[in-house]
Design a protein around this ligand. Sequence first.
Ligand code: PMP
Length: 338
Amino acid sequence: MRIYSDLADAVGKTPLIRLKKASEITGCEILGKAEFLNPGQSVKDRAALYIIRDAVAKGHLSPGGTIVEGTAGNTGIGLALVGASMGFRTVIVIPETQSQEKKDMIRLAGAELVQVPAAPYKNPNNYVRYSGRLAAKLAETEPNGAIWANQFDNVANRQAHVETTAPEIWEQTGGKVDGFICATGTGGTLAGVATALGPKGVKMGLADPYGSAIYNHFARGELKAEGSSITEGIGNGRITKNLEGFTPDMAYNIPDAEALPIIFDLLAEEGLCMGGSTGINVAGATRMAKEMGPGHTIVTVLCDYGQRYQSKLFNPDFLRAKSLPVPDWLDRAPRALP
Ligand code: PMP
């Protein structure tokens, strides 16, 4: 183990963890890329680092400059932490529906936080579009300038996964990997890994939550969303620049009722405390494994640490209010100890 030069240097290089239950059920090796072990506890640290480095290399971001971004939270946490380690300020725009824990962490990481009502992309006050306008204004007024990270359409995001996530998976499995599957927010992870591992013969799978239009786009050629999901940070209503040119080999539409029991089991039986998108991913990997048949190795993404959803995913009252299953152990009163 070498000494890392700074926090940015500690982004990535995450382990692959064998998922016991998913592997047993399918007769495949289902491996999770442990992105929750990044410094900001999510896969988005990789995109944050590449977006910042790209802006610096192009001369758009200079010392003391401000990074502005619209985010479901994880990219904001990544930009704030990596930004702090490199001497930049951050202003983060988030839909108010996202978990309190993520908002608290963004503020704790030193960012200024702007909350906006949740609105679809076509609404000019959607968090992404709002952040773009705010960045343009701050570029005029901040003493050291400001940039818009623009993770959805900035392909430095996808490049992070072409250059780091994908080669790590290839090296860790010794090239013995048959499939890769995950959900898309910006699409950077899936399209980036596909760019690097697709040509090596790895099958690419899309796991899409309800309320997202991406599954319908690939399965039926219609960019149309149905239903809803309590997962955060995934699902989209449009084809971002990061997703352009990407087509999955297999695609699945995953309901929360399938993904949430997986999240609860991962925690109770495997010690893995994961957010909702990981449930969609592991459900997708399980479906893909069943379709491919036993004996295959399939990699998916353990996107972020579950504690940042304690007030929602792991809150019996919240789950009941949404008519979602509540595991017994989550609802049990603590026993009286002798
Ligand atoms: N899971 C979570 C929890 C996320 O926050 C995100 C990104 N918003 C993703 C998955 C999807 O990653 P990507 O943007 O690379 O598609």
